[in-house]
Write a protein that binds this ligand. Sequence first.
Ligand code: PHE
Length: 447
Amino acid sequence: MTERETWATRLGFILAAVGSAVGLGNIWQFPFKTGTNGGAAFVFVYLLAALLIGLPAILGEFVVGRRANINAVEAFERLKHPAWTVVGALGLLTGLWILSYYSVVGGWVIRYIFGSATGAYFGDAAGYFASVSAGWEAIGLHAVFMAVTAGIVAFGVEDGIEKATKLMVPSIVVMLVGLAIYAFTLDGSTAAYSYYLSPDFEYLANNLGSVVPFAVSQAFFSLSLGMGAMITYASYLGDDDSLPADGSLVVVLNTAVGLLAGLVVIPLLFVQFGGVPDAAAGGGAGALFVSVAQVFADLGTAGQALGAVFFAVVLIAALSSAISLLEVVTSYVVDNYGYSRPATAFGFAGSLFVLGTLAAWNTAWLTWFDTLAYSVLLPLSVLLGVVFVGWVYGPQAVDEIKKGTSGGETFATAWLWSIRTYVLVGVFVTLYLGVTDIYAAPPIPGL
Ligand code: PHE
């Protein structure tokens, strides 16, 4: 057996974990889900969820990964609880499901790099989105995105993933800050800030059943939880790292990028449409593309270059997340069945490409894929993980959390009790509400 790779540096791990976390979930999804779920009310629940549920849960995945030092499926066997392997398997399936449509959106981003460079959408940003987001072109670019993802994963953890993500985090922050400041200076953006930042609690109270599951699951999705990704990444981690420190950093950076993307997209939508338009008019899945595209169009020639750079950075963020999704299954198969890394990565990517063609053909399918992931798969997978770490693995998990920290006893105990009690209840309620919700969301309207 060959020796398992480890991260070259602690920074390498943090950047890769942040690289996995920061992606289309923050830049594409968070702003539009905020827009379709009541603005600041959604942001408010999301922030609470990221901090109070997301952080304990991510630490749980770090514990399992580092302790077991193996892929997300066999991890549970190695920890001597083979029945819980089902949690790893569910995470793996959830990740594959998500990657199938994530890649479609990745394809849109590639389209927009070229569309910006040539100014293709400058005349009609909303119309352009409608025409390129579904159909043959979307399928073709979905294939390209999937192939690039598989290519990076094929190179392995250090050469591929670690290098690819080093530049991404700083550049994404710089570009988003620049765009947020620009949006602030535009006429008509002012109303957006109260919509985005000052929660309407009455709205929240009336829509609790939909805002809560979406916001909590958004936190899971965005933190790459419930998909084995953080377990897998932490399995390459040494014992001298402090899990609480690393986990907090990932949560803070990830949340900051999401908030920042909202500060770009929401004000720009207000400038163009006087509010967040409904999904068909560019307020749903198209929000990022339509709103930001208009800025580049207004900037004329300079906008062509800037737009191309912006979408290129978004592409890197999307890729660094996609590779972590594919890495989960690849590392499982490579560890377990001894197939080669490249064959495994490309084999799975090919199958997921086929599944994702549905979502690339029709955005209604994409939305449904997403809804199923949010409402059922993610909360279920996180719930089982939390039960395992809190109630089954319990005391040993505490030992693992303390490793690499000085002291840390109080923190570790508080963490365990949070996982055992309110985190568990919170995730359960999210799942319950999500399942109730999905009955109202047939795959294709009318089905
Ligand atoms: N967190 C990533 C995002 O927000 C998506 C992702 C989920 C990546 C799970 C890896 C694993 O875009």
